[in-house]
Design a protein around this ligand. Sequence first.
Ligand SMILES: NC(=O)c1ccc[n+]([C@@H]2O[C@H](COP(=O)([O-])OP(=O)(O)OC[C@H]3O[C@@H](n4cnc5c(N)ncnc54)[C@H](OP(=O)(O)O)[C@@H]3O)[C@@H](O)[C@H]2O)c1
Ligand SMILES: *[C@@H]1O[C@H](CO)[C@@H](O)[C@H](O)[C@H]1NC(C)=O
Length: 393
Amino acid sequence: RGVCSSARRLQGCMSAWVIDQYGSNEVLKFSEETPAPTVSSPSEVMVKVHATSLNPLDVAMRGGYGAKLLNLRRDPLSVVNGDSEFPLILGRDVSGVVVDCGSEVTHFVPGDEVWAAVPPWKQGSLAEFVTLTEFEVSHKPRSISHAEAASIPYVASTALSALVNAGGLCKERADEKRVLIIGGSGGIGTFSVQLLKAWGAHVTVTCSQNAEGLVRGLGADQVVNYSAGDVAEQLESMERFDVILDGVGRETEQWALGLLKPWSGAKYVTLVTPLLQDTDSRGWLSGMFQAGFSLHNTAFQSAIVNGVFYRWAFYAPDGPALDEVRELVDAGKILPVVEAQFPFTQVPQAFQKLEEGHARGKTVVRVAEEDDKRQGEEMAESEQGFQQTAERE
Ligand SMILES: NC(=O)c1ccc[n+]([C@@H]2O[C@H](COP(=O)([O-])OP(=O)(O)OC[C@H]3O[C@@H](n4cnc5c(N)ncnc54)[C@H](OP(=O)(O)O)[C@@H]3O)[C@@H](O)[C@H]2O)c1
Ligand SMILES: *[C@@H]1O[C@H](CO)[C@@H](O)[C@H](O)[C@H]1NC(C)=O
């Protein structure tokens, strides 16, 4: 298959799951004739995808979420000449092997095992190959497989952006901080709990009753399960927090800000923001927001209320941040939490799993099975942690 796929690559084609229109799961199509990416700038690397994982953003983008804003970002000229974003490839995570490098790439050579989060304005990783700039890519942790590694980059980049840039936390001073994670059992939550514990913070988490064991196992100091009654009430009886990371949103905003320490720089950081939705429904805003969004590293600081900050946070591409995460993974301080794995032939089933909600960690898609089986045999002894590999084949 390796030979066959590289022969096709020379002809400019690859296998990928693409969409030609926005919609529900039926719009996902498998195509062996998808134009393969090329290294088109000196700082780009091309990666052969071994595994990817799905995020709620993939489901949202399949339905057209963010289309206006992301198209502007994708190719400013397309606005002028009306070019289409289709065929569009979804998939934001990648663990794989570098196959080609631009002339100015200094940190990677072909053959390197890497992981990365693919920015939403680029073609995604539900494909044999993906190109990224060097600065978006990082060497993959050696202690875990491609399938495990693919579960981490997008949630890690988002969590770091939220906790560091918007939340003002840093690993050196996190041990003085009390952090609340609203929604601890999904991709963002299971990563963030482990990161914050690795940094020495005190971590409180909300989740469903049947996720309490998982979240405690990842190191959470206090868990409030929402099955047991009024979450806000239970949290109010606790000591106040320095930072709240909200991955649930909506009605949580009514009570969460009141749980912060007043007048001490405490921050409520939410990942559930109306930005991309607004620009889809209100096109006239898109230009304005594009300016804001191109500062994608910057958190929007919208207000100070009652002596606490309210902030939106976004995913931001960051290879160097993934280097730090790699060290924590290889040190056994962060474990991949893979709830389900699907082969590349079952991408619609993987989307369906995600859409059912109630994630307990991540849903992974294995893209290059044969290559990984070989590696898997070598690694079989070193299997780690919280694998609930609910095979759905
Ligand atoms: N702004 C950005 O750039 C950005 C980036 C990444 C993610 N996000 C957003 O952040 C959120 C989390 O992302 P994710 O990848 O972690 O999603 P996910 O993997 O689907 O996890 C969501 C988790 O929240 C739990 N949950 C739902 N309602 C809850 C509640 N009321 N209280 C506590 N837990 C609850 C779910 O389990 P149960 O339903 O069983 O409780 C599930 O485990 C999503 O809304 C996503 O769109 C935003
Ligand atoms: C959920 O919370 C309630 C109230 O705090 C508690 O009695 C119950 O044991 C918790 N469930 C689990 C699974 O820990």
